[in-house]
Design a protein around this ligand. Structure first.
Ligand SMILES: Nc1nc2c(ncn2[C@@H]2O[C@H](COP(=O)(O)OP(=O)(O)OP(=O)(O)O)[C@@H](O)[C@H]2O)c(=O)[nH]1
Length: 375
């Protein structure tokens, strides 16, 4: 699972730095990089990886994209070493996206191994960086994406970094779509969140910050668009106003490296938030979930017990009716209450004899009764 790379052989970073408040060694920060296809996730990771190497803090890099052709950075754990995406496609007769989801699901089943690898390396690295599939929905809305993110968030300070293609987002409608996606991820994972406005070497990200800070500026930009979605965007921008107020945004160029310093400052800030807000919330949420699950389990157990009780009374009832039918008002002289299997054949014979006698009695009774013909 683990790939030997330049990253692991590099100079060990000061990973056991301590927090100012406690003497406990700091845990590494998990940076989960998400973003729409082509937004620049891989190039961004390549850039921050190079930056951290020059800072003598090589990160531990994990690639979770099974369909990536070539990685331009050294990687410590690669999903492609565990799952063969093309093989999955063939074996399960899936299309490309289905195969990515299935590969990720298969990988998630071995995630405990990755967690133990991370644990082994947590004293050597300050950052664990995760690259995710280009099809963002594959990760964000899949069961495996949730399992991976929740497992990381429960163990390490975890930050979600959402990469946005700034030039493409200069269109207010695309900007709004990107922001809606960002907000849905933020509320789904409840983890500290940073938006990286990437490709600032092509266009400065100032316009995006202005749109977020000044609602009227965004409204006037939308007025220029003559599209069916203009009205919808106008209303949505009112809703997103609250989301913008607590958002960390960093302008970045993965080509020139501009914004690296600001990005790592934002990571430090997000880690503080993780410790003071998210960790506390996360623990409470997990406690609540555990309670809910225990409650549900108790309820299910009670239902099963009730069902079993009901069933045994029904069985008892049936047995009584059966006995009534066969006794037919007569006492069973042979019934000594012994249920031994050895008596089974005798009982069957007795039953046949009894039935035979009963049938003969019935015939003689009906023969002695006057028939309609007689009358
Ligand atoms: N000018 C410029 N181009 C960039 C920047 N970041 C990425 N690119 C280019 O954008 C394109 C897509 O970049 P990738 O890093 O492959 O994007 P990705 O999000 O990993 O792509 P998928 O994994 O396929 O979704 C490539 O041609 C990159 O060279 C940047 O900061 N500036």
């Amino acid at each position: 699972m683990e790939t030997e790379s330049a990253a692991s052989s590099a100079v060990p970073p000061p990973a056991t730095t301590t927090t100012s408040a406690s003497t406990e060694p700091k845990l590494p920060v998990c940076i989960l990089v998400l973003g729409m296809a082509g937004s620049g996730k891989t190039t961004f990771i390549q850039r921050i990886n190079a930056h951290l190497h020059t800072e003598k803090m090589p990160p531990y890099v994990i690639n979770l994209d099974p369909a990536v052709h070539e990685l331009p950075y050294p990687c410590n754990v690669d999903i492609r070493d565990t799952v063969n995406y093309k093989q999955v496609m063939k074996q399960y007769s899936l299309g490309p996206n289905g195969a990515i989801v299935t590969s990720l699901n298969l990988f998630a089943t071995t995630f405990d191994q990755l967690l133990s690898l991370l644990e082994k390396n947590q004293t050597k690295h300050r950052y664990f960086i995760f690259d995710t599939p280009g099809q963002i929905e594959v990760f964000t809305w899949s069961a495996s994406g949730s399992i991976i993110t929740e497992a990381l968030g429960a163990t390490y300070p975890t930050v979600i970094v959402y990469i946005m293609d700034t030039p493409r987002s200069s269109n207010p409608i695309t900007f709004m779509s990107n922001m809606l996606y960002a907000v849905s991820i933020l509320y789904k994972y409840r983890l500290p969140f940073i938006i990286v406005l990437n490709k600032t070497d092509i266009i400065h990200h100032r316009f995006a910050l202005e749109w977020m800070n000044d609602f009227e500026l965004f409204q006037s930009a939308i007025e220029q668009e003559h599209s069916y979605s203009t009205d919808l965007c106008r209303s949505l921008s009112l809703v997103l106003d609250e989301f913008y107020t607590n958002l960390r945004c960093v302008g970045f160029s993965s080509i020139t490296g501009d914004g690296c310093k600001e990005f790592f400052e934002a990571i430090d800030d997000a880690c503080d938030e993780y410790e003071h807000v998210y960790k506390v919330e996360y623990n409470k949420w997990q406690e609540k979930r555990a309670k809910r699950e225990t409650h549900k389990r108790d309820k299910d157990l009670k239902r099963i017990k009730d069902d079993l009780n009901q069933e045994s009374s029904v069985i008892g009832e049936k047995r009584i009716r059966y006995d009534d039918m066969h006794n037919d008002g007569e006492t069973d002289e042979d019934d000594d209450g012994d249920d031994d299997d050895d008596d089974g054949d005798d009982k069957n014979n007795n039953d046949f004899e009894r039935e035979d006698e009963s049938f003969k009695r019935y015939l003689s009774k009906s023969a002695s009764k006057p028939t309609t013909m007689d009358t």
